[in-house]
Design a protein around this ligand. Structure first.
Ligand code: PLP
Length: 476
């Protein structure tokens, strides 16, 4: 199994090389040369599997024996998907399921993806990535220094996945005093030697600019082995494919049945994994893309115009992890839409990379044939959905999941299961939940009082030179 770039001008690479790299040299994203196909017989065999067996059945078709021998892959999976790691279940859920479902009513479910250490779905992929990184770096005799910027979810998921891992250091920039108290405590209370929390005097964009400046310094990047774990990483996408299979089997009894999934979206990473699961033969009918007020993706799926916006035109909302106006992983879907023609992708992204837009109105029938539909939400709808879901089902959901559920109900077909991906637990977004319900949402016992733990972080001015010398000092 080899991986090629969506822009068609980079050499094919193995899984291990794609895992540690970022963008392809031609600016594209990596995808498998061909998608493995799961037949009806395969699906029947997989139906009774537990999460680890399912993960192995899928990953073994995407990772070659030369990259990671089966026995090693098995061991990595077994240590990743455990009830201890994904312990923050709702009442009556079995942590052994790893991604259990919540039935709201007939044919309407939540898929719980947020039971991991940081209470958001990013743990599903990041925990696997941490173990894969450690394995592959050790095999190659290499080390990496991960540099990232976060406004909350990604940074904490990366730190909890990489803490204590051999050969990996994490330098995570966040805007000083801009994250919620809970998010700050989650990250800054980590005392591991290989985790460096850096509170930048500035906003999230300043943090991102510092990361970009370092990445653009090729000499520094090579000398200090600067790496990333951002949402375009293929290892993250592939990990997310697994729970679509799990959710499908949990809500059907027969492979003749189809299921719709609704996915709260920002960077298009999560729903891209759903698209890939569908391409592999999982009987998914619709993939419903739910956005918040930052509705670039909703605009595309309604009009055929993809018009990313700059950070100055991005709204700060009460579902902040979806405040994204440039969907990094969207290119992967467009590549499939254009029959995997890298030249056509290059032509479209020539506009996008210069801050422009593209219009493929004429292809909307074909877009629909991939199952995609969309909708958007806003603050008032989010609050109302949280209140109604609590009143009707006694289930408290977070703001991102609320955007998903709101849009799911607009596309719901009575005769088919609709599965809404739960992308965070409500405890993570206390202020918004208090606004909606007048009460603090439940928090897992072991996370009570984390705001009072000692914190380890360095305050820094927003300067690329300062972060460079900080990294150099830590590494040398
Ligand atoms: C990251 C995130 C999203 C958006 O996921 P994408 O893969 O970027 O589309 C939605 N909800 C939560 C809680 C997140 O952390």
């Amino acid at each position: 199994m080899k991986y090629t770039s969506t822009r068609g001008q980079s050499p094919a690479l193995s899984f291990n090389d794609v895992l540690l790299g970022g963008l392809a040299p031609d600016g594209g994203l990596y995808l498998p040369e061909t998608y493995p196909q799961f037949t009806d017989a395969d699906l029947s065999e997989m139906r009774g599997m537990n999460y680890r067996d399912l993960a192995f059945a899928i990953l073994t078709r995407l990772v070659s024996e030369e990259d990671i021998p089966s026995a090693d892959l098995r061991a990595i999976i077994d240590k990743t998907y455990t009830a201890e790691v994904y312990q923050f279940t709702r009442d009556n859920q079995n942590a052994e399921e790893i991604t259990p479902t919540v039935k709201l009513e007939d044919n309407l479910f939540l898929l719980s993806l947020s039971n991991g250490p940081t209470l958001a779905f990013k743990d599903m992929a990041m925990q696997l990535l941490g173990n894969l990184f450690e394995y592959v770096l050790n095999k190659k005799g290499e080390t990496t220094n991960i540099l990232g910027a976060t406004s909350g979810d990604t940074g904490s998921a990366a730190e909890y996945a990489m803490r204590g891992k051999k050969g990996v250091r994490v330098f995570m920039l966040s805007p000083h005093k801009k994250m919620s108290r809970f998010q700050t405590a989650q990250m800054f209370s980590l005392q591991d030697d290989n985790i460096y929390n850096i509170a930048v005097e500035g906003v999230f964009d300043d943090c991102q600019d510092m990361v970009k400046a370092v990445s653009n310094d090729a000499d520094f990047k090579a000398k200090y082995k600067i790496g990333a774990v951002n949402s375009i990483n293929w290892g993250r996408i592939v990990a997310q494919v697994i729970y679509y299979f799990k959710g499908y089997f949990a809500t059907t009894d027969d492979n003749a049945q189809q299921v719709d999934f609704t996915v709260p979206s920002g960077n298009f990473g999560n729903v891209c994994a759903g698209h890939i699961a569908r391409m592999m033969g999982l009987p998914i009918d619709k993939l419903v893309v739910a956005t918040n007020e930052n509705d670039v993706l909703d605009e595309f799926f309604k009009t055929g115009i993809y018009r990313p916006r700059g950070s100055e035109n991005t709204y700060h909302t009460s579902s902040p992890s979806m405040d994204i106006s440039k969907a990094s992983n969207f290119e992967r879907f467009v590549y499939d839409l254009l029959d995997q023609d890298g030249e056509k992708v290059r032509t479209l992204w020539r506009e996008v990379d210069q801050g422009g837009a593209f219009d493929i109105k004429g292809m909307m029938d074909k877009v629909a044939s991939f199952g995609f539909v969309s909708g958007s939400s806003n603050h008032a709808a989010r609050m109302q959905t949280i209140r109604e879901t609590n009143a009707k089902y006694g289930v408290i959901i977070d703001t991102h999941t609320a955007d998903g559920l709101k849009v799911a109900l607009e596309h719901k077909d009575k005769a088919k299961p609709m599965v809404v991906l739960e992308t965070a637990l409500p405890a993570k977004f206390e202020d918004a939940l208090v606004e909606a319900l007048g009460d603090v949402p439940p928090r897992p016992d072991s996370l009570k009082g984390i705001e009072d733990l000692p914190q380890k972080f360095t305050v820094m001015d927003s300067s690329a030179d300062t972060i460079k010398s900080f990294i150099a000092k830590a590494v040398d």
